[in-house]
Design a protein. Structure first.
Length: 176
């Protein structure tokens, strides 16, 4: 596969990830927790795959660099908002995260290359995906005590992801 094909495939995965956000929130609203979990996992894996493809191509497209962080926001904020509405996470923490994402997305939009992600920003995204996968682990996939432990671990992983989000935002803004 040549560099151009890698970039096109990476961009296609990015668009696909943006599209997953709506079925994900609809699955959560309908109580289809298994489908929602698999959609979130698919979205997270597509994020890793499109990054790998872009690096393999020697860098992604400018369009992909601008769209990728926005699709991550859609995929992560959809279940976070649902978890906030379900009172599984405090709304003030989700509001802080949403404000951070809007601020940094605005900053990135002004950058010629879309503003590359920092290591702490990447770590934040990975930790958010892990926390959400644990928080959304379906009740039907095991004994109640085990599921409760997984949900609890997801809850506790959310907080360092929020701290990483805020600290990476500070790093981006210092560069500006």
């Amino acid at each position: 596969m040549n560099a151009s094909q890698c970039r096109r495939l990476a961009d296609g995965l990015t668009v696909g990830r943006a599209v997953i956000g709506l079925p994900l929130i609809l699955a959560l609203a309908a109580g289809w927790s298994s489908l929602a979990w698999w959609l979130l996992l698919l979205g997270g894996l597509s994020d890793a795959a499109d990054g790998w493809l872009a690096r393999r191509a020697g860098g992604g497209s400018v369009w992909g660099a601008r769209l990728d962080p926005l699709t991550d926001k859609i995929l992560i904020l959809a279940p976070l908002l649902w978890l906030g509405a379900a009172r599984a996470l405090p709304l003030w923490a989700i509001w802080l995260l949403l404000a951070r994402e809007l601020l940094i997305s605005g900053w990135r939009a002004g950058q010629g290359s879309g503003g590359p992600a920092s290591w702490s920003g990447k770590a934040k995204t990975i930790l958010q995906f892990l926390a959400l996968l644990l928080l959304l682990w379906p009740q039907s996939w095991g004994p109640a005590a085990a599921i409760g432990a997984l949900h609890g671990l997801g809850f506790w992983l959310f907080w360092p992801s929020l701290l990483l989000a805020l600290s990476s935002a500070w790093g981006y803004l210092r560069k500006a």
